[in-house]
Design a protein around this ligand. Structure first.
Ligand SMILES: [Cu+2]
Length: 335
Protein backbone atom coordinates (compact mmCIF):
# COMPACT_ATOMS: atom_id res chain seq x y z
CA UNK A 1 0.00 0.00 0.00
CA UNK A 2 1.03 3.56 -0.62
CA UNK A 3 2.17 5.27 2.56
CA UNK A 4 -0.66 7.40 3.95
CA UNK A 5 1.89 9.61 5.68
CA UNK A 6 3.31 10.58 2.30
CA UNK A 7 -0.03 10.91 0.62
CA UNK A 8 -1.16 13.30 3.33
CA UNK A 9 2.09 15.22 3.45
CA UNK A 10 1.89 16.70 -0.01
CA UNK A 11 -1.38 18.29 -0.87
CA UNK A 12 -0.14 21.03 -3.15
CA UNK A 13 -1.60 21.25 -6.62
CA UNK A 14 0.99 21.62 -9.33
CA UNK A 15 -0.33 22.80 -12.69
CA UNK A 16 2.11 20.69 -14.71
CA UNK A 17 2.00 17.70 -12.45
CA UNK A 18 4.25 15.41 -14.44
CA UNK A 19 7.01 17.74 -15.58
CA UNK A 20 9.50 16.78 -12.90
CA UNK A 21 10.11 13.77 -10.67
CA UNK A 22 11.39 12.42 -7.34
CA UNK A 23 13.24 9.25 -6.38
CA UNK A 24 10.92 7.71 -3.82
CA UNK A 25 11.32 3.95 -3.79
CA UNK A 26 14.10 1.45 -3.10
CA UNK A 27 14.48 -2.28 -3.58
CA UNK A 28 16.94 -4.36 -1.61
CA UNK A 29 18.24 -7.45 -3.40
CA UNK A 30 15.29 -7.32 -5.80
CA UNK A 31 12.50 -6.76 -3.25
CA UNK A 32 10.74 -3.40 -3.51
CA UNK A 33 9.91 -1.51 -0.32
CA UNK A 34 6.74 0.55 0.05
CA UNK A 35 6.86 3.82 -1.94
CA UNK A 36 8.15 6.66 0.18
CA UNK A 37 9.22 4.45 3.07
CA UNK A 38 12.74 5.18 4.45
CA UNK A 39 13.10 8.34 2.32
CA UNK A 40 13.22 11.76 3.90
CA UNK A 41 10.10 13.52 2.72
CA UNK A 42 9.98 17.03 1.28
CA UNK A 43 7.94 20.10 2.16
CA UNK A 44 5.55 21.23 -0.57
CA UNK A 45 5.03 24.01 -1.27
CA UNK A 46 8.25 25.55 0.00
CA UNK A 47 9.83 28.89 -0.87
CA UNK A 48 13.62 28.91 -1.15
CA UNK A 49 15.04 32.19 0.20
CA UNK A 50 17.57 32.50 -2.63
CA UNK A 51 14.87 32.55 -5.27
CA UNK A 52 12.04 34.12 -3.29
CA UNK A 53 12.45 37.43 -5.11
CA UNK A 54 11.75 35.62 -8.37
CA UNK A 55 8.61 34.13 -6.95
CA UNK A 56 9.97 30.61 -6.92
CA UNK A 57 7.76 28.20 -5.07
CA UNK A 58 9.05 24.64 -4.94
CA UNK A 59 6.31 22.06 -5.27
CA UNK A 60 6.65 18.38 -4.60
CA UNK A 61 8.59 17.35 -7.72
CA UNK A 62 10.10 20.74 -8.56
CA UNK A 63 13.84 20.83 -9.13
CA UNK A 64 16.30 22.13 -6.58
CA UNK A 65 18.72 24.75 -7.89
CA UNK A 66 22.36 25.14 -6.79
CA UNK A 67 21.59 28.39 -4.98
CA UNK A 68 18.95 26.80 -2.74
CA UNK A 69 19.36 25.94 0.94
CA UNK A 70 22.08 23.37 1.80
CA UNK A 71 19.47 21.05 3.26
CA UNK A 72 17.41 21.18 0.07
CA UNK A 73 20.48 20.32 -2.02
CA UNK A 74 21.51 17.46 0.23
CA UNK A 75 18.31 15.49 0.51
CA UNK A 76 15.44 17.41 -1.07
CA UNK A 77 13.49 20.52 -0.25
CA UNK A 78 13.34 21.15 3.51
CA UNK A 79 13.89 17.41 4.02
CA UNK A 80 15.62 17.67 7.38
CA UNK A 81 12.29 18.77 8.83
CA UNK A 82 11.06 15.26 7.99
CA UNK A 83 14.04 13.29 9.28
CA UNK A 84 12.53 12.40 12.65
CA UNK A 85 9.41 10.87 11.10
CA UNK A 86 11.39 8.76 8.59
CA UNK A 87 12.12 5.10 9.29
CA UNK A 88 15.63 3.67 9.02
CA UNK A 89 16.25 0.89 6.49
CA UNK A 90 18.62 -1.87 7.61
CA UNK A 91 20.83 -3.25 4.83
CA UNK A 92 24.01 -5.28 4.63
CA UNK A 93 27.24 -4.13 3.05
CA UNK A 94 27.25 -5.68 -0.42
CA UNK A 95 23.47 -5.57 -0.84
CA UNK A 96 22.12 -4.57 -4.25
CA UNK A 97 19.80 -1.58 -4.33
CA UNK A 98 17.56 -0.26 -7.07
CA UNK A 99 15.90 3.15 -7.02
CA UNK A 100 12.63 4.12 -8.67
CA UNK A 101 11.18 7.57 -9.27
CA UNK A 102 7.76 8.98 -9.95
CA UNK A 103 6.42 12.05 -11.72
CA UNK A 104 3.04 11.73 -10.03
CA UNK A 105 2.06 13.82 -6.99
CA UNK A 106 1.80 11.78 -3.78
CA UNK A 107 -1.88 12.64 -3.45
CA UNK A 108 -2.47 10.90 -6.77
CA UNK A 109 -0.46 7.75 -6.06
CA UNK A 110 -2.30 4.54 -6.91
CA UNK A 111 -1.21 0.99 -6.35
CA UNK A 112 -1.07 0.27 -10.09
CA UNK A 113 1.73 2.82 -10.42
CA UNK A 114 3.91 0.74 -8.09
CA UNK A 115 2.85 -2.89 -8.29
CA UNK A 116 2.91 -5.10 -11.36
CA UNK A 117 5.17 -2.77 -13.32
CA UNK A 118 6.95 -4.17 -16.40
CA UNK A 119 10.24 -6.04 -15.97
CA UNK A 120 9.95 -5.93 -12.20
CA UNK A 121 10.45 -2.17 -12.13
CA UNK A 122 9.54 -0.22 -9.00
CA UNK A 123 7.35 2.40 -10.65
CA UNK A 124 5.34 2.86 -13.83
CA UNK A 125 2.58 4.96 -15.33
CA UNK A 126 0.10 2.68 -17.11
CA UNK A 127 -2.41 5.49 -17.64
CA UNK A 128 0.18 8.13 -18.36
CA UNK A 129 0.67 10.54 -21.18
CA UNK A 130 4.34 9.85 -21.68
CA UNK A 131 6.07 8.47 -24.70
CA UNK A 132 6.11 4.84 -23.91
CA UNK A 133 3.27 3.78 -21.63
CA UNK A 134 3.48 2.10 -19.15
CA UNK A 135 6.99 3.27 -18.32
CA UNK A 136 7.77 6.05 -15.84
CA UNK A 137 10.10 8.14 -17.96
CA UNK A 138 12.64 10.53 -16.47
CA UNK A 139 11.76 14.08 -17.38
CA UNK A 140 15.27 15.27 -18.13
CA UNK A 141 18.62 14.09 -19.52
CA UNK A 142 21.60 13.95 -17.19
CA UNK A 143 23.77 11.70 -15.09
CA UNK A 144 22.49 9.91 -12.00
CA UNK A 145 24.86 9.84 -9.03
CA UNK A 146 24.60 8.27 -5.56
CA UNK A 147 26.56 9.11 -2.43
CA UNK A 148 26.92 7.83 1.12
CA UNK A 149 27.43 10.15 4.09
CA UNK A 150 28.33 8.48 7.35
CA UNK A 151 26.52 9.69 10.44
CA UNK A 152 29.04 11.09 12.98
CA UNK A 153 29.69 9.02 16.09
CA UNK A 154 27.08 9.40 18.77
CA UNK A 155 24.47 10.79 16.39
CA UNK A 156 21.30 9.12 15.15
CA UNK A 157 20.69 9.31 11.39
CA UNK A 158 17.42 11.05 12.22
CA UNK A 159 19.47 13.86 13.79
CA UNK A 160 22.07 14.11 11.02
CA UNK A 161 21.79 17.04 8.62
CA UNK A 162 24.22 15.76 5.98
CA UNK A 163 26.83 18.45 6.64
CA UNK A 164 29.69 15.92 6.62
CA UNK A 165 31.45 14.37 3.63
CA UNK A 166 29.66 12.48 0.88
CA UNK A 167 31.42 9.65 -0.93
CA UNK A 168 30.15 8.80 -4.40
CA UNK A 169 29.38 5.12 -4.95
CA UNK A 170 27.54 5.20 -8.28
CA UNK A 171 27.44 7.07 -11.57
CA UNK A 172 25.08 6.37 -14.45
CA UNK A 173 26.36 8.54 -17.25
CA UNK A 174 26.15 8.63 -21.00
CA UNK A 175 27.18 6.65 -24.05
CA UNK A 176 27.50 7.48 -27.72
CA UNK A 177 24.40 6.71 -29.71
CA UNK A 178 25.29 4.02 -32.25
CA UNK A 179 28.95 5.14 -32.09
CA UNK A 180 28.01 8.56 -33.46
CA UNK A 181 30.71 10.92 -32.12
CA UNK A 182 28.29 13.84 -32.33
CA UNK A 183 25.42 12.29 -30.43
CA UNK A 184 25.41 11.21 -26.84
CA UNK A 185 22.63 9.47 -25.00
CA UNK A 186 22.24 9.60 -21.24
CA UNK A 187 21.42 6.16 -19.93
CA UNK A 188 18.73 7.27 -17.47
CA UNK A 189 16.69 9.59 -19.70
CA UNK A 190 17.53 8.21 -23.12
CA UNK A 191 14.84 9.40 -25.53
CA UNK A 192 13.33 5.95 -25.87
CA UNK A 193 10.62 6.51 -23.29
CA UNK A 194 11.97 3.48 -21.49
CA UNK A 195 14.16 4.80 -18.68
CA UNK A 196 17.45 3.28 -17.62
CA UNK A 197 17.40 1.44 -14.31
CA UNK A 198 19.26 2.74 -11.28
CA UNK A 199 20.90 -0.38 -9.80
CA UNK A 200 24.09 -0.58 -7.74
CA UNK A 201 25.65 -2.28 -4.74
CA UNK A 202 26.50 -0.82 -1.37
CA UNK A 203 30.26 -1.52 -1.39
CA UNK A 204 30.97 -4.67 0.61
CA UNK A 205 33.72 -2.85 2.54
CA UNK A 206 31.31 -0.19 3.81
CA UNK A 207 31.83 0.16 7.58
CA UNK A 208 28.97 -0.71 9.91
CA UNK A 209 26.89 2.26 10.97
CA UNK A 210 24.19 4.70 9.97
CA UNK A 211 24.24 6.68 6.75
CA UNK A 212 22.34 8.97 4.50
CA UNK A 213 22.25 7.48 1.01
CA UNK A 214 21.63 10.22 -1.54
CA UNK A 215 20.55 9.65 -5.12
CA UNK A 216 20.23 12.47 -7.64
CA UNK A 217 19.73 13.14 -11.34
CA UNK A 218 21.45 16.35 -12.40
CA UNK A 219 20.17 18.17 -15.45
CA UNK A 220 23.04 20.55 -16.13
CA UNK A 221 22.12 23.95 -17.47
CA UNK A 222 23.34 25.40 -20.75
CA UNK A 223 26.57 27.23 -19.99
CA UNK A 224 26.43 29.91 -22.68
CA UNK A 225 22.93 31.16 -22.15
CA UNK A 226 21.57 33.85 -19.87
CA UNK A 227 20.68 32.28 -16.57
CA UNK A 228 17.09 33.31 -16.52
CA UNK A 229 14.53 32.59 -13.88
CA UNK A 230 13.73 28.92 -13.62
CA UNK A 231 16.53 28.02 -15.98
CA UNK A 232 19.27 26.91 -13.63
CA UNK A 233 20.86 23.51 -13.32
CA UNK A 234 18.23 21.22 -11.88
CA UNK A 235 18.94 18.71 -9.14
CA UNK A 236 16.60 15.99 -7.95
CA UNK A 237 18.08 14.73 -4.68
CA UNK A 238 16.47 12.18 -2.37
CA UNK A 239 17.96 10.50 0.70
CA UNK A 240 17.39 7.15 2.30
CA UNK A 241 18.08 6.78 5.99
CA UNK A 242 20.01 3.50 6.28
CA UNK A 243 21.74 1.36 8.87
CA UNK A 244 24.51 -0.73 7.29
CA UNK A 245 25.39 -4.05 8.89
CA UNK A 246 28.98 -4.98 8.14
CA UNK A 247 31.98 -6.87 9.47
CA UNK A 248 34.07 -3.80 8.71
CA UNK A 249 34.45 -1.07 11.31
CA UNK A 250 35.64 2.47 10.95
CA UNK A 251 34.98 5.24 8.50
CA UNK A 252 34.46 5.81 4.81
CA UNK A 253 37.62 6.85 2.95
CA UNK A 254 38.62 10.51 2.91
CA UNK A 255 38.19 12.50 -0.25
CA UNK A 256 34.44 12.77 -0.45
CA UNK A 257 32.66 16.00 -1.24
CA UNK A 258 30.62 18.40 0.85
CA UNK A 259 27.20 19.41 -0.33
CA UNK A 260 26.66 22.05 -1.49
CA UNK A 261 30.21 23.39 -1.15
CA UNK A 262 31.94 20.99 -3.54
CA UNK A 263 29.23 20.91 -6.14
CA UNK A 264 31.18 23.88 -7.43
CA UNK A 265 34.51 23.61 -9.19
CA UNK A 266 35.65 27.19 -9.45
CA UNK A 267 33.86 28.82 -6.59
CA UNK A 268 35.76 31.94 -5.55
CA UNK A 269 38.56 31.13 -3.15
CA UNK A 270 37.90 27.39 -3.35
CA UNK A 271 37.27 27.23 0.40
CA UNK A 272 34.36 29.61 0.37
CA UNK A 273 31.20 27.61 0.41
CA UNK A 274 29.07 27.38 -2.64
CA UNK A 275 26.20 28.74 -0.62
CA UNK A 276 28.11 31.88 0.30
CA UNK A 277 29.30 32.44 -3.23
CA UNK A 278 25.81 31.88 -4.55
CA UNK A 279 24.05 33.80 -1.83
CA UNK A 280 22.75 36.44 -4.19
CA UNK A 281 21.21 36.09 -7.59
CA UNK A 282 23.92 38.35 -8.96
CA UNK A 283 26.46 35.76 -7.88
CA UNK A 284 24.45 33.06 -9.58
CA UNK A 285 24.61 35.01 -12.81
CA UNK A 286 28.36 35.39 -12.60
CA UNK A 287 30.40 32.85 -14.58
CA UNK A 288 30.78 30.16 -11.97
CA UNK A 289 31.67 26.79 -13.39
CA UNK A 290 30.48 23.67 -11.70
CA UNK A 291 31.76 20.20 -12.35
CA UNK A 292 29.28 18.64 -14.72
CA UNK A 293 26.72 21.24 -13.84
CA UNK A 294 27.05 23.68 -16.71
CA UNK A 295 27.31 22.15 -20.15
CA UNK A 296 27.17 22.84 -23.85
CA UNK A 297 23.98 22.59 -25.84
CA UNK A 298 24.59 19.00 -26.91
CA UNK A 299 24.70 17.76 -23.35
CA UNK A 300 21.98 20.14 -22.16
CA UNK A 301 19.62 18.69 -24.73
CA UNK A 302 21.00 15.25 -24.06
CA UNK A 303 21.27 14.16 -27.68
CA UNK A 304 24.05 16.23 -29.18
CA UNK A 305 27.81 16.32 -28.93
CA UNK A 306 29.56 16.07 -25.56
CA UNK A 307 31.79 18.71 -23.99
CA UNK A 308 35.45 17.78 -24.33
CA UNK A 309 36.17 18.84 -20.76
CA UNK A 310 33.11 17.22 -19.21
CA UNK A 311 33.52 15.71 -15.75
CA UNK A 312 30.73 13.77 -14.08
CA UNK A 313 29.47 15.61 -11.01
CA UNK A 314 29.84 14.40 -7.44
CA UNK A 315 33.58 13.95 -6.96
CA UNK A 316 35.60 10.75 -6.82
CA UNK A 317 33.85 7.40 -6.68
CA UNK A 318 34.59 4.63 -4.16
CA UNK A 319 34.31 0.98 -5.18
CA UNK A 320 35.11 -0.36 -1.72
CA UNK A 321 38.84 -0.38 -2.37
CA UNK A 322 39.90 2.79 -4.09
CA UNK A 323 38.72 6.28 -4.93
CA UNK A 324 38.76 7.00 -8.65
CA UNK A 325 37.37 9.34 -11.26
CA UNK A 326 34.59 7.92 -13.37
CA UNK A 327 35.56 9.00 -16.85
CA UNK A 328 33.08 9.65 -19.62
CA UNK A 329 33.33 7.29 -22.60
CA UNK A 330 35.98 7.97 -25.21
CA UNK A 331 34.53 9.78 -28.20
CA UNK A 332 34.41 7.45 -31.21
CA UNK A 333 36.38 8.49 -34.25
CA UNK A 334 34.53 9.89 -37.23
CA UNK A 335 34.07 7.42 -40.02
CU1 LIG B 1 11.72 19.03 -14.41
Amino acid sequence: MVSTLWALAATAILPVAQSHFTFVRVSVNGVWEEPGRYFRNKTSPFVEPATESEGYIGYYHSPTFPQHLPNSLRCGRDSFAHAAETEVLTVKAGDTLEFAHTRIEPKDWKDYQWYGCPEGRGSCDPNGTQWEVPYMEFAHPGPVVAHLSQVPDGLDVRDYDGSGEWVKIYTLGYEFYHDDPDRIIFLAHNYTGRPGRIIFDIPSQTPAGEYLLRVDLIWAYYKDSQRVSGGYTQLYPSCLQVRVESAVEGSLPAGGIKIPENLCRDCPGKLISCLQSLSSLEAVRSPITMVGMLVGSGMYGGQGEPDDDYVYPGGLQWDGEKMFEVRPPVRPSRR
